[in-house]
Write a protein that binds this ligand. Sequence first.
Ligand code: ADP
Length: 239
Amino acid sequence: MNSRVKKGRTSKPSPIRHGGLFISFEGIEGSGKSTQCQVLAQFLKDSGFRVIETREPGGTSIAEHIRDLFLQTKTTPGESLTPETEASLVFAARSQHVASLLLPALQNGEVVLCDRFSDSTLAYQGYGRGLNISKLQGYNRFITQGLTPDMTFLFDLPVQQGLARRRKGPNQNRIDQEALAFHARVRNGFLELARKYPRRITIINAHRSATAISHQIQTLMEPVLKRRLRNNKFQNSPR
Ligand code: ADP
């Protein structure tokens, strides 16, 4: 098992040129990513930006079918998904997502907010399941065509707190039901990625009110949005 991340790989600017802004939301289950993704999307739309809100695995019709297979709790007796199958399903869904939704939107100059992206594969299938990180990074580059988020918000809180939030909800998926030790490896994996790529990944203390977190994110976004506005990018016609 190789638990080291190859330095510099995913922190390189995306080799794909696009006029959009690609922001990913990462973190363990129940860290509040989806909530904040929705709040930021609304804030940006209210400010006149063209925004696409999407998620992984999923985001397109085919990728959402793959998501169902990935997250389903019922498995054939005596057979469970191998870590390699799990990674392959995530990559298949991401390939569809990148080609059919993310790249066209970014090349059209839109702001794309994505609930999970490549860091989740390294954290869950790499650090969590123990698959070789360099191999995951290599395959990820192949299926994403090198697309990398411009900014990543990593929502961090103790795993027990995240899982407690999730378990209040109605549906438990296959990943929610994993052991605490698995989720702890995933959390540590995310934190190691944040240490490796500090310019791209911002750690957000997720153990605060949703309002406090959304204010922090809007403050962090301010200079980026101002710069883009000066270049007259992303906005709908002025109101
Ligand atoms: P994730 O997408 O990271 O799994 P969600 O955004 O779906 O997390 O949030 C999981 C649960 O926690 C939801 O019930 C949500 O309403 C709640 N929640 C989200 N943010 C907070 C917060 N800052 N404090 C307390 N509960 C929260």
